[in-house]
Design a protein around this ligand. Structure first.
Ligand SMILES: Cc1cc2nc3c(=O)[nH]c(=O)nc-3n(C[C@H](O)[C@H](O)[C@H](O)COP(=O)(O)O)c2cc1C
Length: 177
């Protein structure tokens, strides 16, 4: 049994995080899900809690638990950490060392374990040189990129930017366990 830290950000692809959580849990792993404020607009903590049978951590976690240093324990105990889907925003924040909410704080506290990042966004956002530079920086610091696939995106464009299928995400996670 391994511990998987799953960060979820504000993308329409956040619905896939529910299936990912379900499959990892069914395979016997402990899944700690951390949501950004925007992610909670797309998928509820209740859904992820029910699928993982574990607490789910969201953006206002600090306000709810002033005495708790769980963000450090979550980072320390993870065998693999993955952000899926990863927004352009979270990629920029992590690449800049910004830790202004629960997810960015936990991911900034990670040490040497495997860190995977699966961007999902509109093609023009993904191809934006600033986003690409931020991703390159994260990769240079040890993040492993799970490249988005080409698809008909939620915005109606066809192009690169879709979160890969859950089977692909699972394969990449298990390759690092
Ligand atoms: C309907 C909708 C879909 C969105 N999808 C994406 C997306 O796929 N990728 C992305 O980077 N941002 C997307 N955004 C914008 C993010 O939600 C926004 O940048 C947010 O601030 C991200 O916050 P977070 O990184 O803290 O989750 C979307 C916004 C809306 C309203």
């Amino acid at each position: 049994m391994s511990r998987i830290l799953l960060g979820v950000t504000g993308s329409i692809a956040a619905y896939k995080a529910a299936d990912l959580t379900h499959r990892l849990t069914k395979d016997g792993h402990l899944v700690d899900v951390v949501l950004t404020k925007a992610a909670a607009e797309f998928i509820t903590p209740l859904t992820l809690h029910t699928l993982s049978s574990r607490p789910v951590y969201s953006h206002n976690q600090f306000a709810d638990n002033y005495d708790d240093v769980r963000h450090i324990a979550l980072a320390r105990d993870a065998d693999v950490a993955i952000i899926a889907p990863a927004s352009a925003n979270i990629i920029g924040k992590l690449a800049s060392g910004i830790a202004d909410d629960y997810l960015t704080t936990v991911f900034t506290a990670l040490r040497t374990q495997a860190r995977l990042i699966a961007p999902a966004m509109n093609t023009f956002m993904y191809e934006n040189p600033i986003v690409q530079e931020n991703l390159a920086k994260l990769i240079s610091y040890g993040f492993e990129l799970i490249e988005p696939t080409e698809a008909l995106l939620a915005c109606g464009d066809i192009g690169k930017g879709a979160l890969p299928a859950v089977d692909v995400l699972l394969q990449r996670i298990y390759a690092r366990l």
